[in-house]
Design a protein around this ligand. Structure first.
Ligand code: GLU
Length: 341
């Protein structure tokens, strides 16, 4: 019995150590969004690239479907998840202690790694509901997004910009994005908002059913004012070719943000370094993993960030020469000298 025990123990120790020292495989999880969005396949793309080198880094990246940006930021900060994907506007708000973080204050442990695809505020309506602008949402049943999602605040910003009260002027729903196309096709809602990269399965599903659907432009004076008020929104458009079954015949103007890859100060620099290096060193391969990445360049993946860049990622950006694209205020003062700032 004693012998058996020591054999088992030796075996276990053998599994945990290699000639290079301690090497137990570390598992880290990326929080994403609904399975029909772009965050979920993005988590998949990052994990696919990094897991090819699992042996080298003793690292396994897994992906979790979640409620979206706000959930991911909070889960990363509490240590429930190591990484998350979050809208750039939500990263800005968490870092500065605004919106959902107003009471908790600035989230100083938040770190950015890189940004990814652009996301557009997408308003999808039943074609026969007479909704040609957000102003026409008055009196309608509208899904704004689930608590925990990034888009809930974007929907609220658009309503406010067009002078609509969430509680008095519309019948607001707070369902998850993944349920919205079904609710629209079942005529249980007239429209829904989704802040998402394009193309994506959710809007394809919404536009491919029995009921004809329109993607509503978000433009005009109220939008110009909104752009002046909030630094994180920028004009964008949704290519109508991605959704040939929608009644639209032209690209749809709207505004948008960026998806960003975030972590916490507490996550090991080695792990953050490994993920950053594998994504950037295999950039062309990564870009092919989703059509929403077509516009990506290494330079624009370092734009749209607010929280300081994690030191593990900085190490890679220095080594690869990409550090020249990084704004000084994204490098914490204590590291600036090391990075020539
Ligand atoms: N932008 C959405 C959110 O933060 C998620 C979009 C997606 O899953 O692609 O809630």
């Amino acid at each position: 019995m004693k012998k058996l025990f020591s054999i088992l123990l030796m075996g276990l120790i053998g599994l945990m150590f290699t000639p290079n020292g301690f090497c137990r495989t570390k598992f880290v999880t990326i929080g994403t969004g609904g399975v029909t969005g772009v965050y979920y396949p993005t988590g998949g793309a990052i994990s696919r690239i990094v897991n090819k080198k699992s042996k080298k880094y003793h690292l396994k990246v897994t992906v979790e479907s979640t409620g979206g940006s706000v959930y991911n930021i909070n889960a990363v900060l509490s240590g429930d998840l190591e990484f998350g994907i979050a809208q750039s506007d939500r990263q800005y708000q968490a870092w500065h202690g605004l919106a959902e973080w107003k009471e908790k204050g600035p989230q100083k442990n938040l770190r950015s790694v890189f940004s990814i695809h652009p996301e557009s505020i997408t308003l999808v309506a039943r074609a026969d509901a007479g909704i040609n602008s957000p102003a026409d949402l008055k009196g309608k049943r509208v899904n704004l997004g689930n608590p925990g999602s990034g888009q809930l605040q974007n929907s609220r910003d658009i309503l406010a910009a067009f002078g609509l009260d969430e509680h008095k002027d519309i019948k607001a729903e707070y369902a998850k994005a993944v349920e919205a196309p079904g609710l629209l096709q079942d005529e249980r809602i007239d429209a829904f908002f989704y802040t998402v990269g394009h193309p994506n399965g959710n809007i394809k599903e919404a536009t491919s059913g029995r009921i004809k659907v329109k993607i509503v432009p978000i433009t005009g004076e109220p939008v110009e004012k909104l752009l002046k008020k909030y630094p994180y929104y920028a004009k964008s458009f949704i290519p109508h070719k991605f959704y040939p079954n929608a009644v639209n015949t032209e690209d749809i103007p709207t505004i948008g943000v960026k998806a960003t890859f975030i972590t916490s100060k507490k996550v090991s620099p080695k792990i953050v370094y490994a993920i950053t290096k594998e994504v950037f060193d295999n950039f062309e391969e990564f870009k092919k993993l989703h059509p929403a990445y077509a516009v990506l360049t290494k330079k624009n993946m370092l734009e749209g960030l607010t929280a300081p860049i994690h030191r593990g990622a900085l190490k890679y950006y220095k080594e690869s020469g990409l550090i020249k694209y990084i704004k000084t205020d994204l490098i914490l003062p204590r590291y600036r000298k090391r990075y020539g700032r």
